[in-house]
Design a protein around this ligand. Structure first.
Ligand SMILES: Nc1nc2c(ncn2[C@@H]2O[C@H](COP(=O)(O)OP(=O)(O)OP(=O)(O)O)[C@@H](O)[C@H]2O)c(=O)[nH]1
Ligand SMILES: [Mg+2]
Length: 353
């Protein structure tokens, strides 16, 4: 971000408030289509890490598109293209295709001709569409190597589409390929939307968790600046006041980013692994206003606050130099680290099974 020297504090604060508002309103829209039973609903749930869409239930998509929304991501379950109810003519307007950010064509066997046609139309329109070959775990035939079976599925897609396209193989049963899919989606989104995706999507690898942390860091900087500028609640033992409600929201968003729902945190607190129990304890303790106040107080007494925060381009020099920002930022980063470490332990434990 450009250096803004000479900008008065008031303008700087307004600008940063605008950033937070923009962030909160930003939506990423991912649309899925593909033959019934291919696993679209299962993939939606896997990508966000929540049971949003009903699985194994034939959704009556002849009637309308299903929309699911969570953490700033909208998933759209598109009905068949070129049917009696939804002819090709008017389909793009009806389902608001131009406003969608990215498309997934999901198959679990042979590609339908109508799906290939929709894919071609989307590409002509300049949209990004990724082929997802799901139910990878079911890809098995006696005496035929897996590589050959994968190639057959790719060839089937190429046959319909007419040229080579990338295909991601996934399994909602074993979680194979889900990390590749998450990364490919992230790579195909632009800056702010990519950041939103990284913050909201479920991590299936350590690398994705690290990316998530980087994406959350910018959010911490902005929310900490807004909290510092909104000095409403005095921090005991200091002459600094900050807005704790902004931090309550920030901390909740951090937990949500890492898929640390309240019930899960409670469950993790009872874990026999001491590190997990301890980190979950912190995630819970600092969730509410009183806990955050305690954290702020402990951070404020550390000399480190004044020395570590020197230059934070996102929030500008004037705010970054304030003691309130130093405290809120350090507290936010400390909470982010705890949640990140907890999610890392949980992921490692899951992967080690
Ligand atoms: N073995 C296996 N089964 C899967 C996988 N993904 C989904 N399923 C199962 O396949 C069935 C259909 O999955 P859904 O996610 O409901 O499929 P869908 O594409 O949303 O189906 P419609 O809404 O009817 O179009 C369910 O029984 C799922 O449990 C997978 O990767 N492997
Ligand atoms: Mg479905």
């Amino acid at each position: 971000m450009r250096w803004r020297s000479g900008m008065p504090l008031h303008d700087e604060v307004e600008r940063i408030r605008g950033e937070l508002y923009k962030d909160d309103r930003l939506r990423v829209s991912v649309a899925l289509f593909g033959q019934p039973g291919a696993g679209k609903s299962s993939l939606i749930n896997k990508m966000i890490g929540q049971k949003l869409a009903a699985v194994g239930v034939e959704t009556d998509k002849t009637v309308s598109a299903g929309e699911y929304e969570s953490k700033g991501i909208t998933f759209v379950d598109l009905p068949g293209y070129g049917t009696k109810k939804f002819p090709k003519e008017g389909y793009f307007e009806e389902f608001d295709i131009p406003s969608r950010d990215l498309f997934l064509c999901v198959t679990s066997g042979k590609l339908l001709q109508s799906d290939a046609e929709l894919f071609s139309e989307l590409i002509k329109f300049g949209k990004i569409c990724i082929f997802v070959s799901n139910k990878y775990d079911e890809l098995w035939e006696d005496d035929i190597p897996l590589s050959e079976l994968k190639q057959r599925r790719r060839d089937d897609i190429v046959k319909h589409v007419g040229h080579q396209v990338p295909v991601v193989f996934t399994s909602c049963r074993t979680n194979e390929g889900l990390d590749d899919l998450q990364n490919l989606i992230a790579q195909n989104l632009h800056e702010a939307k990519r950041e939103r995706w990284l913050r909201s999507a479920k991590a299936y690898s350590q690398v994705f968790l690290e990316e998530k942390k980087n994406a959350c860091e910018r959010k911490v900087q902005i929310a900490a600046a807004v909290s510092a500028a909104n000095g409403l609640n005095p921090i005991p033992g200091t002459d600094v006041a900050v807005d704790i409600s902004t931090l309550v929201v920030l901390f909740r968003e951090i937990r949500e980013s890492y898929g640390l729902a309240d019930e899960l945190v409670v469950e993790l607190k009872q874990q026999s692994v001491p590190l997990i129990a301890q980190l979950a304890g912190k995630a819970a303790q600092y969730a509410a206003k009183e806990g955050i106040l305690m954290l702020l107080k402990s951070v404020a007494t550390r000399e480190v606050v004044k020395t570590t925060v020197r230059f934070v381009p996102v929030v500008g020099q004037l705010i970054a130099a304030s003691i309130g920002f130093g405290i809120t930022y350090s507290a936010g980063m400390s909470y982010l680290k705890d949640c990140h470490d907890l999610a890392t332990e949980v992921l490692n434990k899951r992967l080690s099974y």
